[in-house]
Design a protein around this ligand. Structure first.
Ligand code: UT7
Length: 315
């Protein structure tokens, strides 16, 4: 397939590190040096699905296609207020889309998983045009009393439109199931057979272990995918890496021995927006005119699961 449109949408409230240090035992100095984050967009009176609809419509507008042209809609989302129907249906209702659709929950690498699925459906001859939207509000997963997690996240939505083409050179998904490193649990309703004894558990993270996993998953995943498709890292124009922590990105750059100016970053303004991170970065770079036709772009993301994935595209 080939990406012919990108879009993104952000909540209007911007929370700086200084604002966080007014009610948390933290500081701009700690957050900046440990993560590279300076501020993040946080959902307040917006609805998550409105951000999803806005990002999707911007991507469609750029693509020149209309909702009636889309054959499949894939939404990547970790949490939302809609348990059922999926967020894909809620967004589709807003934008007047009625093709087959589904949600996936593959945490931060959700965009790469969605790209892989779109390509598989396309290669199977089932679709020509696919809309992917990654719609995330991780600020509503963390406890805002927990300085070790809540400072890391920001909300937003990113979308792409894909059509027939030969520009996805390869995708590689990876899983190392290990569910106590990064998780959140919700209590379901009581039944006559199960008492609602537990409490919800907000996002929990073993930061250092996730950090190590992230660096290894990205460097190994990207290397093996580039080997598989026969492209040298020196021929890659842009490495679009999940914006979880600037120090993670710096470690990846060190391991891969690639010039750092080939790693665009926007983490300073967004924090970690889960699966929306890569498509928001893609859209920002695209709208700034960073990509030239023929550029080789590597996408890589990692997160809860523990899941990771990489993709190689020709722009
Ligand atoms: O999407 C993928 C999901 N997540 C990630 O990729 C995150 C991966 N991990 C990380 O990015 C880093 O591990 C963190 C940014 C989460 C933490 O950085 P760290 O260098 O690993 O710090 P740490 O957890 O080892 O904590 C060091 C100290 C601790 O204090 P003590 O025990 O040394 O006294 C923490 O309590 O920093 C303290 N700390 C803070 N201090 C000020 C933790 N959070 C904060 C904070 N402000 N916000």
């Amino acid at each position: 397939m080939r990406i012919i449109g990108t879009g993104s949408a952000l909540p209007k409230t911007i929370v700086t590190n200084e604002m966080l240090s007014e009610f948390l035992d933290t500081s701009d100095e700690w957050i900046t040096t440990r993560t590279g984050i300076k501020s993040r967009h946080v959902i307040s009176d917006e609805q998550l699905e409105d951000l999803g609809a806005e990002a999707a419509m911007k991507a469609l507008e750029m693509s020149g296609l209309g909702v009636e042209d889309i054959d499949l809609f894939i939404v990547s989302n970790v949490v939302s207020e809609n348990i059922t129907p999926g967020v894909s249906c809620v967004v589709a209702e807003k934008i007047g889309l009625s093709c087959p659709m589904f949600d996936i929950n593959c945490a931060c690498p959700g965009f790469i998983y969605a790209l892989d699925m779109a390509e598989a459906y396309y290669k199977a001859g089932k679709v020509k045009n696919v809309l992917i939207a990654c719609i995330e509000e991780p600020t509503r997963m963390a406890s805002w009393d927990d300085r070790a997690t809540c400072v890391l996240f920001g909300d937003g939505a990113g979308a792409v439109v894909l059509t027939a083409g030969d520009n996805i050179k390869g995708t590689k998904l990876n899983a190392q199931p290990d569910t106590d490193k990064l998780y959140m649990r919700r209590v379901l309703e009581s039944t006559p057979y199960i008492k609602k004894a537990e409490f919800d558990i907000p996002l929990q993270m073993r930061g250092r272990e996730v950090f190590r996993f992230a660096v290894g998953a990205c460097t190994n995943g990207v290397k093996s995918l580039l080997d598989e498709v026969g492209i040298s890292k020196d021929d890659v124009s842009w490495f679009m890496v999940h914006q979880a922590n600037k120090r993670i990105i710096d470690s990846i750059i060190d391991f891969m021995q690639v010039p750092s100016d080939r790693f665009p970053v926007n983490i300073q303004d967004h924090g970690n927006s889960s699966s929306a991170s890569c498509p928001i970065l893609l859209d920002e770079c695209n709208r700034k005119g960073l990509f030239k036709q023929g550029d080789i772009i590597v996408l890589s993301a990692f997160g809860a699961g523990l899941l990771s994935g990489a993709a190689v595209l020709e722009w």
